[in-house]
Write a protein that binds this ligand. Structure first.
Ligand SMILES: [Ca+2]
Length: 270
């Protein structure tokens, strides 16, 4: 009676309605003395058949409009007729299939190469309150840059402490909608071994104030210094609500610089 077209759990809805009706039937009976026989018949029919629809359903807003008429007009058949089209319209609207999808598509983004596409202005501090011991800049130096201009990221763990959360892409410039998989790829070059510590590494993630996804190291101790290397990962953004997230770069327990270039982000469909 109040289970909408396309309900994903009609049996559960029916059980819930039945439960509500049992609760409704437990009310006292003194109130009945103020109604005549026809009104009581109408009210009883309502309680058996439509009260749950009124109380918990799509036409809740009109419940008291209707009940005031039922309890004050005599005869009530005319007023019932008057409300019929109003309620029918609301039931019809509730039964209309609507698109419940809240996943926004990823608009796509060109390869961030710091030459023709993407600039350092695409990045911002991950935490503007915590930047001591970190820096990011564009480098064109021939012994540093990978191709043309590149991003240079430096950390000093004697100042940053264990974790250096450095930068991420500005969500206002590169929106990464939630609840989809992304392929992240980029070239990088270590300018120094990050440290002799086994647990020193640079890390990448899709990360923002409200969520962190796919956090993983892209360098490890012993990686060759000075060579251009490639990293690639599939990162699932598993929250629909994740807001203000971007491609994040940081480091753990290390001092040194890394060059990053040719960053690709694209939707990954397995
Ligand atoms: Ca470049």
């Amino acid at each position: 009676m109040s289970i909408g077209t396309g309900s994903r759990n009609p049996e559960g809805a029916a059980a819930f309605i039945s439960l509500l009706m049992d609760i409704s039937a437990d009310e006292g009976t003194e109130w009945r003395n103020s109604f005549n026989a026809e009104q009581l018949e109408m009210i009883d029919r309502d309680k058996e058949n439509v009260s749950v629809v009124f109380d918990e359903g799509v036409i809740k807003d009109r419940f008291w409009d209707f009940m005031n008429v039922v309890s004050s007009e005599d005869p009530i058949s005319a007023s019932v007729e008057r409300f019929k089209p109003v309620f029918q319209a609301q039931v019809d609207r509730a039964n209309t299939q609507i698109d419940m999808s809240l996943v926004r598509p990823f608009a796509g983004f060109d390869v961030i190469d710091f030459d023709n596409n993407g600039d350092i202005s695409l990045f911002k501090w991950y935490d503007p309150e915590k930047t001591d011991g970190m820096s990011f800049e564009i480098t064109e130096a021939s012994n540093e840059a990978i191709s043309g201009r590149s991003l240079k990221l430096s950390v000093d763990s004697s100042i940053t402490g264990e974790w250096a959360d450095v930068i991420y892409t500005d969500p206002a410039s590169l929106e990464i909608p939630g609840f989809q998989d992304y392929r992240i790829a980029f070239d990088y070059r270590l300018l120094q071994a990050l440290s002799a510590d086994n647990d020193s590494y640079y890390a990448v993630a899709i990360k923002g104030p409200d969520g962190s996804f796919g956090y993983q190291r892209f360098t490890s101790n012993g990686d060759p210094v000075g060579e251009v290397l490639h990293f690639e990962a599939i990162i699932s953004v598993t929250s629909l609500e994740a807001a203000d997230i971007g491609i994040f770069f940081g480091a753990h327990n290390g001092t040194g610089s890394v060059i990053i270039d040719n960053i690709v982000i694209e939707r990954f469909d397995s």
